[in-house]
Design a protein around this ligand. Structure first.
Ligand code: UTP
Length: 292
């Protein structure tokens, strides 16, 4: 069975970006001029996903508005002949997206569980907005290929520095064949020095529907939240769950430094911004050297 549906959970509180996220979803924070969630939706579509469901929560209405038509704005841009802007606005309203509300932010695992009726009895993808991955072949498409070959759940991983393992779900690998990894155990945010490897789960998953049985147990894990990683570990005990070290540069937009770094990197790719930014950096570097 092919993977056609994707869940994008977006019901978290976004506390790392407070106060910006007090009244605004963190998924709507822009990298240059595009909300982070739009990069994620574009990756899903480029990978061949046909149906997307976004799990939203309190204060997340602007996500729905973003992917809807904005008739007044469209009419005004049309009247003024601002075709480029009109095209960019129309692009986001073409996508067919479904929404469901997670009534309480009880954790990522609970957000995924909330979408079970939309998924039914099919394998599905999960994409988290905290990671943007740049690669010719989209990250999710790479995982979908691995699913096609194995028929089992596949979790996207990349290697991180040992000092950072406590920020991620980490795998305990059994065997590595090319980039496909058999997994003994999945551990959520192990303390530094206790991680079984430095392969970290990076916000892209292909899961079989049996995961819902484990998510439905509603067991609270690390941070007092219902963790997806814990349910994946239980799934792994009854059917193989693979990890796949995907190709591509991953940008961590879920925390402040990564967000700023990504903004700078993406802005430097824009011809209209590049030279001005480089001049600014040169000036700042000179200032910092002369202050030493
Ligand atoms: P994070 O922990 O990165 O997101 O959850 P957060 O809670 O929004 O952010 P911080 O940590 O407070 O800054 C990973 C993903 O799971 C979703 C988030 O929206 C994010 O995409 N999530 C998390 C839910 O949808 N529901 C939840 O109850 C928790």
């Amino acid at each position: 069975m092919q993977v056609k549906k994707a869940i994008i959970p977006a019901a978290g509180l976004g506390t790392r970006f407070l106060p910006a996220t007090k009244a605004m979803p963190k998924e709507m924070l822009p990298i240059v001029d595009k909300p982070t969630i739009q990069y994620i939706v574009e990756e899903a579509i480029a990978s061949g996903i046909e149906d997307i469901i976004i799990v939203t929560g309190k204060g997340k209405r602007s996500i729905e508005d973003h992917f809807d038509h904005a008739f007044e704005l469209e009419a005004t841009l049309r009247e003024k002949g601002k075709q480029d802007m009109l095209d960019s606005v129309l692009q986001t309203s073409k996508v067919e997206i479904h929404y469901i509300r997670q009534k309480q932010p009880l954790g990522l695992g609970h957000a995924i569980w909330s979408a079970r009726k939309f998924i039914g009895d099919e394998p599905f993808a999960v994409l988290l907005g905290d990671d943007i991955v740049e690669n010719d072949e989209p990250c999710l498409a790479q995982l979908m290929n691995q699913y096609d070959q194995t028929g089992n759940s596949v979790i996207g991983v990349q290697q991180v520095a040992p000092k950072d393992t406590n920020r991620y779900g980490i795998i305990d690998p059994i065997s590595v064949e090319d980039k496909l990894i058999g997994v003994n155990r999945f551990v959520e945010k192990p303390a530094v020095g206790t991680a079984p490897s430095n392969y970290a789960i990076m916000g892209r998953y292909i899961l079989t529907p049996e995961i819902f049985g484990f998510l439905g147990e509603h067991q609270y894990g690390a941070g007092g939240e219902i963790q997806l990683t814990d349910a994946i570990q239980k799934l792994n005990e009854v059917q193989p769950v693979y990890a796949y070290e995907f190709e591509g540069r991953r940008f961590d937009v879920g925390e402040k430094y990564g967000f700023i770094e990504t903004t700078i990197e993406f802005a430097l790719k824009r011809p209209e911004l590049r030279n001005q930014l480089l001049e600014l950096f040169e000036k700042k570097l000179k200032e910092s050297y002369s202050n030493k």
